[in-house]
Design a protein. Structure first.
Length: 136
């Protein structure tokens, strides 16, 4: 069994003791990801569509470091603070995964870390098992 830890360099990773993603053999698990910019602020506060696009770009980079692509994603899990924003998430998810069609879950939650954050997303992938799709 091989284990690879992928870091995005965020301050919370060391503080909370987690990795952005972990690859074990051909599986990659990407941690819950919010739309945080390089300066630590939330990108597109209150906008689930733009936050989802930003989050999947971050997830795509982590997958790339693990040797995977969005086409290898087999499951996504999203946590949203406002169901009125669900259309923004589903539209962005559909644009990225229309041909890949991973199993997907969307759950309403009472809050997320980061002022203005309305969506947090996790992803699971199996390296080399992808079909369709492409980069953001």
């Amino acid at each position: 069994m091989t284990r690879q830890l992928i870091s995005s360099g965020g301050p919370w990773e060391a503080t909370a003791g987690y990795s952005r993603a972990v690859r074990v053999d051909d599986r990659v698990e990407v941690a819950g990801t919010v739309a945080t910019g390089p300066d630590g602020t939330i990108v597109a506060p209150g906008d689930a569509y733009e936050q989802t696009r930003h989050i999947f770009a971050t997830i795509e980079r982590a997958l790339g470091e693990a040797g995977a692509t969005l086409a290898d994603v087999v499951r996504t899990r999203a946590f949203i603070t406002d169901l009125e924003q669900a259309d923004g998430f589903t539209r962005a998810h559909g644009e990225l995964f229309a041909d890949i069609r991973p199993a997907a879950t969307l759950v309403a939650v009472s809050g997320l870390l980061g002022e203005g954050s309305v969506i947090e997303i996790e992803a699971s992938a199996i390296v080399g098992r992808g079909t369709g799709g492409g980069p953001i």
